[in-house]
Design a protein around this ligand. Structure first.
Ligand SMILES: NC(=O)c1ccc[n+]([C@@H]2O[C@H](COP(=O)([O-])OP(=O)(O)OC[C@H]3O[C@@H](n4cnc5c(N)ncnc54)[C@H](OP(=O)(O)O)[C@@H]3O)[C@@H](O)[C@H]2O)c1
Length: 291
């Protein structure tokens, strides 16, 4: 395949995503802040480890990013060694990091001034979705640019959709995170009642998952929640970043999100208790105190 791609940020999500690009036959370059991870990736897959984002981006048709927060993205995109310094005219920058919508708009402008196009493309599906190449991708940007990158993202996605101009992908991800938080709070209360009334949680889940209460969280998290297992999955630290974007966006459009606000506070308390790296399903621990 003649399309050349680069992937910047080989974390829990980026490492397998970049691997799928290589396995799909794209000439792939990678960059990671901790270079040993990029070297390890290049031993496992066909591709080249580069020691700056600029070198990874040079000659590429598309560069994909998946790092931590807004400032982490800025640190790999801007500057003398950044992606924009290396991108050839007409190439596309795609950001899979979950960020603010403002950052997406800022990056779109910076890319345009550099002769490039930009797509904000946060993902859903977690570590398992990345490792199995079945992520859901929520995009913002120009339709013709989306049409160019979507077939490439198919390497690690089961679905990618365009929701409008730059920023709309990130806003759709905010909607996703509000849903996840609400479902987890409901599940926490449901499991607590089931346990306190002597129901077998596994049997309850096996039955309810087929009905109207069924959800991804119920299928994948209810049993581990009832067994007090949280050392895996999507960390509270990331979730608080995301809920912060939701609450800021709500303020911008003049609406209240009372449940999201409450859940964010519960996560803040759990962070103080040292659960920051635990999966978001640890929300159940904010209930049940003294019960
Ligand atoms: N994990 C999930 O289930 C999940 C699901 C959906 C969305 N997301 C989102 O996807 C993004 C990445 O998540 P992840 O779980 O893959 O995170 P992660 O495992 O912590 O990896 C973060 C990656 O970003 C790099 N990085 C962080 N700060 C950087 C900086 N200032 N400059 C350069 N590189 C930097 C890290 O490099 P080093 O190796 O040097 O630390 C690492 O490669 C986040 O925005 C998260 O909210 C995660």
């Amino acid at each position: 395949m003649s399309i050349k791609v680069a992937f910047v940020g080989l974390g829990v999500m980026g490492y397998p995503m970049a691997g799928y690009l290589s396995k799909a036959g794209y000439q792939t370059r990678v960059y990671n802040r901790t270079f040993t991870k990029a070297q390890h990736w290049a031993e496992e897959y066909q591709g080249t480890a580069c020691d700056t984002p600029k070198k990874a981006a040079q000659d590429c048709d598309m560069v994909f990013v998946c790092v931590g927060n807004d400032d982490d993205v800025r640190s790999v995109v801007y500057g003398d060694d950044g992606i924009l310094a290396g991108l050839k005219p007409g190439a596309v920058l795609v950001d899979h990091t979950t960020t603010s919508a403002e950052l997406a708009i800022e990056l779109a402008q910076a890319a345009k001034e550099n002769g490039n196009a930009f797509i904000d493309a946060p993902v859903s599906g977690g570590q398992a979705g990345a490792e199995n190449g079945v992520l859901t991708i929520m995009c913002g940007g120009e339709p013709q640019v989306f049409d160019e990158v979507a077939p490439v993202m198919d390497a690690y996605a089961k679905q990618s959709n365009l929701f409008g101009e730059n920023g709309q992908g990130q806003r759709c991800k905010m909607v996703n995170q509000i849903c996840v938080g609400g479902v987890l709070q409901g599940l926490s209360e449901a499991i607590l009642l089931a346990q306190k009334t002597g129901l077998d949680v596994e049997q309850v889940v096996d039955t309810l998952k087929h009905g109207a209460a069924g959800s991804w969280q119920m299928e994948n998290r209810a049993v581990t929640m009832s067994n007090d297992q949280f050392d895996f999955g999507f960390a509270i630290d990331w979730m608080r970043k995301d809920l912060g974007f939701c609450l800021k966006e709500a303020q911008r459009v003049g609406i209240e999100l009372p449940l999201t606000q409450d859940i964010d506070q519960r996560y803040a308390e759990l962070q103080k208790e040292g659960y920051g790296r635990m999966d978001t399903s640890v929300l159940i621990k904010a209930l049940g105190k003294n019960q």
